[in-house]
Each structure stands twice: as C-alpha cells, then as structure tokens.
Design a protein around this ligand. Structure first.
Ligand SMILES: [Zn+2]
Length: 371
C-alpha cells in the first residue's frame, strides 16, 4: 500500500486521503460518529461538520489535489479534475467516515513516498490468502479452487432486534430460524462443507465481529440473512445485495437501516486501522463478480420457489457487515417484515423452510461452479 499519504492529523479528527486508480478515498476518524454534510461540485468536495475542526497546515499534497482548506466547521478538497460522484460509508471498527470521490477521468497516480510511516494493518490473518496475493499483484482473484467453508450470518440478535413487524415479529428471530435451516440443509447437501454461524442463539454480535469470524475461519463465502422493512407498508418482495456504493435511494435506505446497528456497537471496538478497512473494500471489489453471480442465483432461486412474490432484483449497497469480509459476500433480504402479509409469511415454518431451501440451492450451485 505504498500509495497512501498521510495528509494531516487534526485535533479531534484525523484526515487521510487514499488514492485509488479511479479517485480518492477521504477518511475522517473521530472519537464520535461523524455526520458531515458532503457536497461535490465541479472539482471541489466540501464536507461540513457540526463540530469544530482544526486543520494543521504544512503537509505536502499529492499532485492531483490542488488544495485542501479548512475553516472551523468544514474541510474543502479541490481536485485537479471534475468530480463525477462522491459517496460515503462508515468504516471498519472505527468511528470513521470514508468518502469516495470519483473523478471524471482516471487519475494517474504518480509514485509517492510515505510522508510518515503508516501503522501497518494486522495482516497475520490473511497474509497467505488468495485475496492478499491478488491485491499484491493488483488483479482480480480467480474463482476459489476449494469451497470448504461458509459463514452464515443471521442478521441482528440480542439487544439489536432488527426491524419489527406490525404484529411484533422481530427480524432477529426470523433471521436466526432461517439461518439454522440453511445450516441443516447444507449439512445434507454438502456434507464436506464446514459451516460457521456468526450466532446460533439470540445474542448480540457486533458487525465487525461477524466478518472477523469469517476471516478467521478463512471462509470461502459469507451469506448474511435479513428481513427488509420500509415506511411504506405495501413494499414487498425479496432482494439480494452485494457490496458496493449504493446506487439508488431505495438501496441507500436499506443500507441505512442495516448499518444502524453501528450505534449499538461498543466504543471499545474502535480501532485505528484504516488500512485494513481500505484493503477490505478493495477485496470486496475483487470479489464483486463472484458476489454478484451468487446474488443473481439467489434471486433466481427465490423466483422459482415463490413465483407470485416480487423479485426486487440484485442490488448494491455499502453494507457495513459485508465490508470487512475477505471473501465473496452477499446479504439476502428474504421479505418485508413491515408488510403485514409478508410478516405472516415470515412467521410460518413452511415459508421459512422454502426460503432456506432456495438459498441453499444457490449455494450448492455456487459451490459446484467451475473455475
Ligand atoms: Zn437487517
């Protein structure tokens, strides 16, 4: 990761810029959750905070950044090219905000030297992995040769109920029931496969811990199972996500919903390891083909299982729970708990069994895929 430049450390908020071939990642780390208002216009990206920020001048800028300026409550980054999009996501285990800015043309990055030595990420867990090798070579990873471990992630749990339906049904219970069925069915269909659940009882597991579990187990696939919710009670159907920047307002709304649990995470999980986060983000882009293939297969499988229910398609969003995974990863929203009819369905064993079966069919197909 020789391209990283430490621009400056502000009192209270640390600011890093990570160059990418297609833009830049602006990372802000603070002691509390940051909610800047982000505005991109022309070649300028402006971030306004509701707390004072202090900018310490004097650190050299990369040549594709014309200017970085800050006043008491905002930071402005001026690029040497037009910005075509900017988006944000919450980072790793830190209260950090990652802002992606994509320039109109590909930015060719000059070789840069470290301004100050970065803290190296803890790569001990994955330094011999295919992902790491692919990252080092700067190329996509092949389909994994062996498919011998899967992590099933029942969304929410414990003090985080997830979405709650009109009849009082809690998302955390439905996701656990479906996940346990997925596990049991997989044991029959793929007896050689090692199956890890991020939780098998009603307990709270932080989002960061879920992917750490998958990385520790060197899982080949991460499947997170959720139930959707929307203000509009008539919203219905099933959809599958893989990690990306959210493309639509709907996807953004679901992303906000599923990322909300971050507020429940203990402050003690805060880590100052931005490099690990960035690598994780890159890993997910390497696995984008695999993840989107599986997501499509799950949607098809649901469509044949539930022909009268609405196929909402494959979508992309910046789910925190997928972000730290060093393997293909998808998040399945099996139905809307906020929709009275679908809440009833989710409460029926038959529906949950068929949903689990549909997910398992896709995993079996995925496992058998040739390189
Ligand atoms: Zn959820």
């Amino acid at each position: 990761m020789s391209g990283l430049i430490l621009i400056s450390i502000m009192s209270g908020i640390a600011l890093n810029l990570f160059p990418r071939h297609d833009g830049v990642v602006v990372e802000l780390i603070g002691q509390q959750r940051l909610d800047p208002i982000i505005h991109a216009s022309g070649n300028t990206l402006q971030m306004c905070f509701n707390a004072p920020v202090e900018w310490i001048e004097g650190t050299p800028l990369p040549i594709w950044i014309n200017r970085v300026a800050a006043d008491s409550s905002s930071v402005t980054v001026e690029f040497d090219q037009l910005i075509v999009s900017a988006d944000w996501a919450l980072s790793g285990d830190s209260m950090a905000m990652i802002i992606f800015a994509r320039a109109e043309n590909e930015i060719l990055l000059p070789p840069v030297a470290w301004q100050s030595p970065p803290v190296p990420p803890d790569t001990s867990l994955w330094s011999d992995s295919l992902v790491y090798a692919a990252l080092e070579r700067g190329e996509g990873s092949p389909w994994l040769v062996d498919f011998d471990c899967i992590v099933i992630d029942p969304g929410h749990g414990g003090r985080d109920p997830g979405a709650v339906g009109g009849s009082g049904s809690q998302e955390k219970d439905r996701t656990l029931e479906i996940s346990l069925m997925v596990r049991d069915l997989l044991r029959i269909r793929l007896p050689e496969l090692r199956i890890v659940l991020t939780r098998s009882v009603d307990e709270y597991v932080s989002l960061g811990e879920r992917t750490r579990m998958a990385n520790r187990n060197r899982a080949d696939l991460f499947v997170s199972i959720h139930c959707n919710a929307a203000v509009n009670r008539s919203a219905h159907g099933f959809e599958t996500y893989f990690l990306s920047r959210a493309r639509t307002d709907d996807a953004r709304a679901v992303q906000m919903l599923e990322n909300n649990v971050l507020e429940l995470d203990e402050v003690s999980t805060v880590s100052d390891d931005p490099l690990s986060f960035l690598l994780a983000d890159m890993a997910q882009s390497i696995f984008q083909n695999q993840s989107s293939h599986l997501a499509g297969s799950i949607q098809n499988s649901f469509t044949s299982t539930f022909p009268v229910r609405r196929d909402r398609g494959v979508k992309r969003a910046g789910f925190y729970v997928l972000r730290g995974a060093f393997m293909p990863a998808v998040l399945v929203e099996v139905g809307f708990i906020s929709n009275p009819e679908e809440e009833q369905a989710l409460m029926s064993l038959d529906f949950r069994f068929r949903a689990a079966q549909a997910i398992v069919e896709s995993i079996v197909e995925y496992a058998g895929r040739e390189n």
